[in-house]
Design a protein around this ligand. Structure first.
Ligand code: IMP
Ligand code: MG
Length: 211
């Protein structure tokens, strides 16, 4: 059962980030506690199985690093890279920038992504991994936004359900920035309000501000 991220958050934005971030949505401590719970569920569900974790680059880096350190299961790790080259159009085509290298045929796969939004990414990657005939696939995302779903796809493990906000930090980026924040924050809307809605997924092509 996913946690709903608190919108009224008493944790202040660290001074250094105050100009850019409106608030801290999920603190470092809340993330750590949630990952502990998720890892217990994952361990229980995959117990006795040889697991392959397939993580989607780049937004999963911090989540994945913390999650796998909590898992006392024999596991292998591989990555897929997916990029949207839609240039702001709603039907931005997803292109694989890194293919899976491990053989997942007949194995149990846990597919990990940072956030489930429209569902296009997870849907596309799931299709690709299914073709490789794993024994079963389960999906795990740190965050889930329900509002924009266009593909019928769900995550088996969800860290937090969040409202319709553009969030950054703990691996999630805006124009490739903020991935290093140890918490999840909400960007001031002046940074992205002028962008077409789908540009939020790949804003670097629209924003010259950070270049
Ligand atoms: P989907 O394909 O629409 O489900 O979106 C998945 C991708 O969009 C994620 O892997 C992120 O890269 C990006 N994304 C969606 N919402 C956000 C957000 O609030 N902050 C940062 N990236 C986001
Ligand atoms: Mg991104």
């Amino acid at each position: 059962m996913a946690r709903t991220a608190q919108t009224k958050n008493p944790c202040p934005v660290p001074r250094h980030w105050r100009n850019e971030l409106k608030k801290v949505l999920i603190t470092e401590g809340q993330i750590a506690r949630r990952i502990k719970t998720l890892s217990t569920e994952i361990e229980r569900d995959f117990s006795g199985r040889a697991l392959v974790i397939v993580a989607v680059l780049n937004g999963t880096i911090l989540f994945l690093a913390d999650l796998i350190r909590c898992l006392s299961l024999p596991l292998r790790l591989d990555f897929v890279g997916v990029s949207s080259y839609g240039l702001g159009t709603e039907s931005g085509e997803l292109v694989f920038t890194k293919e899976l290298r491990l053989d997942v045929r007949g194995r149990d796969v846990l597919l990990v992504d940072d956030i489930l939004d429209t569902g296009r990414t997870l849907h596309r990657v799931l299709g690709k991994v299914r073709q490789l005939q794993p024994r079963r696939i389960k999906t795990c995302v740190l965050l889930e936004k329900a509002v924009h779903r266009v593909e019928k796809v769900r995550a088996d493990y969800v860290g937090f359900s969040i409202p319709e906000l553009f969030v950054v930090g703990y691996g999630l980026d805006f124009a490739e920035r903020y991935r290093n924040l140890p918490f999840i924050g909400v960007l001031h809307s002046r940074f992205y309000a002028e962008l077409p809605s789908s540009a939020a997924a790949e804003p670097s092509t629209h924003l010259k501000r950070w270049k």
